[in-house]
Design a protein around this ligand. Structure first.
Ligand code: 9YT
Length: 137
């Protein structure tokens, strides 16, 4: 069993800051669960373009307000507390945060924690073999 608290990972290696967000990685590939789970805050007034070529992502809004644009279809969605969106088609998308947006994000395959957004807002596909970390038994 894993029991982990946000307070334990705040400001550590699993607390990753980007220009528009802070992402606290509660679960990563090294935990051996098969997905990663993140508590992410996107800052009020920011826009984050994203594209996950190698990953599926489910994103559940637990607080705040924003606007999600699907650049593949042009569809625009209002995001608020209680809204889930699922990137099941590797969509190019962007998220505008009207207020601070707190999102619970689940990635499969799991992020290792070493990915950085490239120029497309995407993450490479890394496995623990790439980072030298062994998965938990
Ligand atoms: C909604 C969102 O930001 N998804 C991406 C996850 C987060 N930025 C992260 O952990 O890198």
């Amino acid at each position: 069993m894993i029991v982990r608290r946000l307070s334990e990972i705040a400001d550590g290696q699993r607390d990753v800051r980007g220009p528009t967000f802070a992402s606290r990685r509660l679960l990563l590939a090294e935990d051996g669960i098969g997905y990663s789970l993140h508590d992410t805050v996107l800052y009020a007034g920011s826009t984050t373009p994203m594209y996950y070529r190698h990953h599926l992502e489910s994103v559940y809004c637990v607080s705040g307000r924003g606007v999600l644009t699907d650049h593949d279809t042009g569809a625009v969605h209002q995001i608020a507390e209680g809204t889930l969106y699922v990137l099941d088609g590797h969509e190019h998308h962007e998220l505008f945060a009207e207020t601070d947006l707190r999102m619970i994000c689940v990635f499969t395959p799991p992020l290792t924690g070493d990915e950085v957004h490239d120029e497309h807002g995407t993450y490479p596909l890394l496995t623990d073999a790439d980072t030298g970390m062994a998965a938990s038994p």
